[in-house]
Design a protein around this ligand. Structure first.
Ligand SMILES: *[C@@H]1O[C@H](CO)[C@@H](O)[C@H](O)[C@H]1NC(C)=O
Ligand SMILES: *[C@@H]1O[C@H](CO)[C@@H](O)[C@H](O)[C@H]1NC(C)=O
Ligand SMILES: *[C@@H]1O[C@H](CO)[C@@H](O)[C@H](O)[C@H]1NC(C)=O
Ligand SMILES: *[C@@H]1O[C@H](CO)[C@@H](O)[C@H](O)[C@H]1NC(C)=O
Ligand SMILES: *[C@@H]1O[C@H](CO)[C@@H](O)[C@H](O)[C@H]1NC(C)=O
Length: 478
């Protein structure tokens, strides 16, 4: 595939009328969507290149029909040795992964299992002090005014506070720490194929229960030399709303399934929704996991493309491309590189990445961008990303690191981009339901686990969210 003619041309996409082509039946379908037509118009944006095989922008949206789920050109053989990782064990056989032996898909694991009890004991024995403040309640910053303004919590959600132990940028200017969250999922192969064709490597923040459902896909990501990291077992609730024991269960099961499928255990994690405070940090570090966030330079400039919400119809594909332009504009003002939030969960988010954002990034020359997984952008070898292969010399295990007392300024007065209101209407609404895949392509996860779709959440997300938050609020903090 040659994109040279595209790389020389500046392609301007009129974002103000992404569905204006009345000749296309697809377009009229899009314009009849109330959520899309109520979105504000966006100005035009220039692209250095788009993928010549990109799905037209006017098609990418909530009402887009599901395209056939792709397959990978090849999948790894069990017993293959990851020769690119010194001292890594051979790939475990997939027959050893039996989904029914793990907690349920997309559900917070119970805390009374022997595994979780063991991990709780290990956290207690780590010597890391877990702050004693109570979990937040559902609703985010507005419903937790005291916690939101308490600098001693360093709650990222309400002000963007980070600690020295958080990774939130790449050190080298014009270096983009490429990350995709919430897979493995049905359209992940399209992203992997694109990355492979362009010799790109990425970090994947993996949801444990989906890895249990699609273990071969996780092995493919790993054997293609991508960087695998923890993104909790279920992604069912923001971590600050959970009890210490539930956080341990969420992180512990995700570590375990990755180790069972790959033979190695990540030493980094990303909190769902970026929702982290010093209690979640301390538990993560006690479990050997360093947090990786995405770059945030001000309340208005958080490096989130918004790609997750195209599927739900709360943002247009055009707006996501405009966000991408803003991210690049803001990145140009930094002395460092940057990390951007994107997803491989949905057909739409993969289409926008492979059709537009990645081709545009690759074709830029002033400045030229370097796209790397987070571990690589930190100037670390890939082996340092896993507990079993880290030689601990230049990347000491986080369990020996403590959160520092330095905290960035809080700016809660205006910062609202990551409130839980957004979680309820945006992010969470993308959760698969028992009736998923009905015209809006909810076909995202879990096809192979204990009856597939029937095991998926069927209660409305907000009901579960509120219930879990109540439970978390009542739980005793040790
Ligand atoms: C997926 O389904 C296949 C066929 O039913 C089965 O052999 C395999 O064990 C399942 N994988 C998991 C992880 O359950
Ligand atoms: C930074 O991002 C904000 C919105 O997120 C945008 O309004 C602003 O123009 C961007 N800055 C630059 C220099 O592109
Ligand atoms: C690195 O640290 C981890 C965690 O403490 C430990 O399990 C591992 O054996 C260490 N590796 C080496 C090469 O010392
Ligand atoms: C906090 O904000 C004040 C005033 O805006 C500024 O002078 C100070 O340097 C900031 N401190 C940090 C650690 O960013
Ligand atoms: C959902 O994914 C499964 C498994 O790949 C596939 O068999 C099914 O056809 C897909 N459904 C839709 C609507 O894409």
């Amino acid at each position: 595939m040659s994109a040279s003619i595209f790389q020389l041309a500046i392609i301007t996409i009129l974002l103000s009328s992404p569905w204006a082509n009345a000749q296309s039946s697809q377009s009229s379908q899009l314009s009849s969507s109330t959520s899309l037509s109520s979105l504000p118009p966006a100005p035009s944006v220039s692209f250095v290149s788009v993928n010549p095989t990109a799905v037209p922008l006017s098609r990418i949206g909530a009402t887009e029909p599901a395209s056939p789920t792709p397959t990978l050109a090849s999948t790894p053989t069990s017993g293959s040795v990851p020769t690119f990782l010194p001292n890594a064990p051979p790939l475990p056989p997939l027959s050893s992964i039996v989904a029914s032996k793990y907690p349920k898909l997309d559900t917070i694991p119970p805390i009374d299992s022997p595994e979780v009890q063991q991990w709780i004991a290990e956290v207690q024995a780590s010597g890391i002090q877990i702050p004693s403040f109570s979990p937040t309640v559902a609703g985010g910053c507005p419903t937790n005014p005291q916690a939101a303004t308490d600098p001693s919590r360093c709650w990222w959600t309400c002000g963007g506070c980070v600690r020295d132990t958080d990774i939130s940028s790449c050190p080298t200017k014009d270096t983009w720490g490429l990350t995709y969250d919430d897979g493995p999922a049905y359209y992940t192969p399209n992203l992997l194929n694109y990355l492979d064709e362009h010799s790109l490597k990425s970090t994947f923040f993996v949801i444990g229960s989906r890895a249990a459902s699609l273990p071969a896909l996780l092995q493919s990501e790993y054997m293609a030399e991508h960087h695998i990291s923890v993104h909790t077992w279920s992604h069912a609730a923001p971590l600050t709303t959970l009890s210490n024991e539930q956080i341990i269960a969420e992180l512990g099961w995700c570590k375990k399934i990755i180790k069972d499928v790959l033979g190695v255990t990540p030493n980094t994690m990303r909190p769902p929704y970026g929702d982290i405070d010093d209690r979640v940090r301390a538990i993560s570090l006690a479990m050997g996991l360093r947090p990786i966030m995405w770059t945030r330079i001000s309340p208005a400039a958080t490096f989130d493309t918004g790609d997750f919400s195209i599927h739900a119809g709360t943002i247009s594909a055009a707006q996501v491309l405009l966000n991408w332009q803003y991210i690049l504009g803001n990145a140009s003002t930094l002395n460092t590189g940057f990390i951007v939030l994107e997803h491989d969960l949905f057909q739409q988010s993969v289409e926008i990445a492979t059709g537009y954002i990645l081709p545009d990034a690759l074709a830029r020359t002033s400045p030229k961008l370097t796209l790397q997984p987070v571990i690589t952008c930190l100037n670390q070898p890939l082996g340092n990303a896993y507990i079993e292969t880290n030689d601990n010399t230049t990347n000491p295990p986080p369990v020996t690191i403590r959160p520092s007392s330095k905290c960035s300024n809080l700016s809660h007065a205006t910062f609202t981009t990551k409130t839980y209101a957004g979680v309820g209407t945006g992010h969470s609404s993308g959760r698969p339901t028992a009736t998923g895949a009905t015209g809006n392509n909810g076909n995202t996860t879990g096809g192979n686990q204990s009856g597939g779709a029937s095991s998926l959440q069927s209660l409305p997300d907000m009901v579960i969210f509120v219930l879990l938050s109540l439970i978390a609020g009542l739980a005793v903090v040790f």
